[in-house]
Ligand binder design. Structure first.
Ligand code: GDP
Length: 191
């Protein structure tokens, strides 16, 4: 697999123009989004892990095998961000979901240990504003015991309204869930 960084966009007019199907990834800062993207692309440092939370206000575009575009949306929910910055972030995201015609799949990352909060619920609503499949990847699964995991998955499903079939348990440490994520991505071409 060949994956390469294309560009970072701070404004809509910088979004790349392409007909390739696009998969977007979103989640709270520190949820493990960079780690997950690197893991599923078999790359150690394509996306920088452990960036200062909230510092990234850019949408990063990647070309994956000249078959898909992966879009890394900026992490949200970092308390120290100013109101103005938060508003700018909101406008960029709103525009992205309203206008991105090649969008084919939305992947929301949620920490398996936490119940989705208001910011997560807003992101789910933004993703649902489009008639595009939405799945959620529950990150850091290695941090829970085999016993705890199913209980937590059930609670997250209830709160988020995302059916259990559309939740994928994932760990960047063990690679658990990687194949399932690819199965969902590969379904795109059959829509
Ligand atoms: P991002 O801000 O959402 O891009 O999150 P990062 O990928 O930078 O990860 C945030 C922190 O969580 C880092 O310290 C990662 O090493 C850690 N992390 C990410 N994924 C996992 C995981 O699956 N398991 C564990 N134990 N730690 C993880």
């Amino acid at each position: 697999m060949e994956a390469s960084f294309i560009l970072s966009a701070a404004k809509p007019d910088q979004f790349i123009k392409t007909d390739l199907p696009e998969i977007c990834f979103a989640g709270r800062s520190n949820v493990g989004k960079s780690s997950m993207i690197n893991k599923i692309l078999n790359r150690k440092k394509l996306v920088k892990v452990g960036n200062t939370p909230g510092k990234t206000r850019l949408i990063n575009f990647f070309n994956v095998d000249s078959k898909y575009i992966f879009t890394d949306l900026p992490g949200y929910g970092y308390a120290a961000v100013s109101k103005a910055e938060r508003a700018a972030w909101g406008r960029l995201i709103e525009y992205y979901f309203a206008k991105r015609e090649n969008l084919a799949l939305c992947i929301l990352l949620l920490d398996i240990r936490r119940i989705p909060n208001d910011d997560d619920m807003k992101m789910i609503a933004a993703m649902r504003s489009r008639n595009v499949p939405l799945i959620s990847v529950l990150t850091k699964a290695d941090k829970l015991s085999n016993n705890q995991r199913p209980k937590q998955i059930k609670l997250i499903s209830e709160k988020s309204g995302i059916g259990i079939d559309n939740l994928i348990t994932f760990s960047a440490l063990t690679g658990q869930g990687k194949e399932q994520i690819w199965q969902e991505i590969e379904k795109i071409s059959t829509y």
